[in-house]
Design a protein around this ligand. Structure first.
Ligand code: PEP
Ligand code: MN
Length: 298
């Protein structure tokens, strides 16, 4: 953690800058290279030398489903477990998540596997509650510019030494993403990960469009780690491995991949499994991880 005085020094924002604390040019050690800051999330080392893999079910639908997937992604070598207990859903009739019960299941999955938990918080009033269970608080694409939420999450992360996963919005500008990260940093958050989740330019039949070159652009502009989300950016499991390769070629520091069980039913507890089509079956995830270890030495 930065000392108060260091924080104050850093806070001397040059005139006319929209963001500075997260800018590559603000830190001497990052100015002339493409390195990223290193930090630790519950014992997991995040650094420029490692490709971080965050994986798990899009939504926590049941204890059994989540524990099974958690075990599989751990065995395959993932660094963190991600699952949603509160889901941002376009339709009010879609499954909205198990809420606190889902958070408890995620905490149990962490106990079982040792994997740190990444989970989304959508409401500033729920930051304290979600924070009690999460190691990394996710801010979803639709909330990238929810400024009161960014402030609450930034403050909570700073006080409790939590990470923040900031997803890029549906049609983001570089300046907007970095200003969103700046809101977090301005509250003292340091362990910020940016995640490119595709832009919503589509033909109508595809979900989103992956934007790996934006990852590169972000990497050049900030020293924060930037990862790619091949599941949400494509909406199609058949494209997940190749899209992941594109993200890594664009210098992503890691990936966020939805994983389903090999025999995942399309409906659990009467609810359609969230993002079923874009989740990589666990055995395919495992093969892809093996390939990454061999080719990229992760
Ligand atoms: C998610 O991560 O499950 C999700 C809903 O993603 P996004 O906020 O990128 O749409
Ligand atoms: Mn999802």
């Amino acid at each position: 953690m930065l000392q108060e005085t260091e924080l104050k020094q850093l806070r001397q924002i040059p005139q006319g800058k929209d963001y500075w604390l997260v800018a590559r040019e603000s830190r001497e050690e990052f100015r002339n290279n493409l390195n990223t800051i290193s930090f630790n999330i519950r014992g997991v080392e995040i650094s420029k030398d490692r490709t971080m893999i965050i994986a798990g079910p899009c939504a926590v639908h049941s204890r059994k489903q989540t524990l099974e997937i958690a075990k599989k992604v751990k065995e395959a070598g993932a660094d963190m477990l991600r699952g949603g207990a509160y889901k941002p859903r376009t339709s009010p009739y879609a499954f909205q998540g198990l809420e606190e019960e889902g958070l408890k299941i995620l905490a149990e999955a962490r106990e079982l596997t040792g994997l740190p938990v990444v989970t989304e918080v959508m409401d500033p009033r729920l930051v304290e509650l979600v924070g009690q269970y999460a190691d990394v608080l996710q801010i979803g694409a639709r909330n990238m510019q929810n400024f009161p939420l960014l402030v609450e999450v930034g403050r909570y992360a700073a006080r409790h030494d939590k990470g923040v996963l900031l997803k890029t919005s549906l049609m983001p500008k570089l300046n907007e993403v970095l200003c969103a990260a700046e809101y977090l940093a301005n509250e003292g958050a340091e362990k910020i990960i940016i995640c490119e989740r595709g832009i919503s330019v589509t033909t109508g039949s595809t979900r989103n469009t992956p934007h790996p070159s934006f990852v590169r652009e972000l990497r050049q502009a900030t020293f924060l780690p930037v990862i790619g989300d091949p599941s949400h950016s494509t909406g199609d499991r058949e494209l997940v491995e190749h899209t992941s390769d594109m993200y890594l070629a664009a210098k992503a520091n890691g990936l966020l991949i939805d994983v389903v069980r090999d025999d995942e039913p399309e409906v659990i507890n009467g609810q359609k499994v969230c993002d079923y089509k874009q989740g990589l079956p666990a055995s395919r995830f495992r093969s892809y991880m093996e390939m990454l270890r061999k080719n990229n030495g992760i």
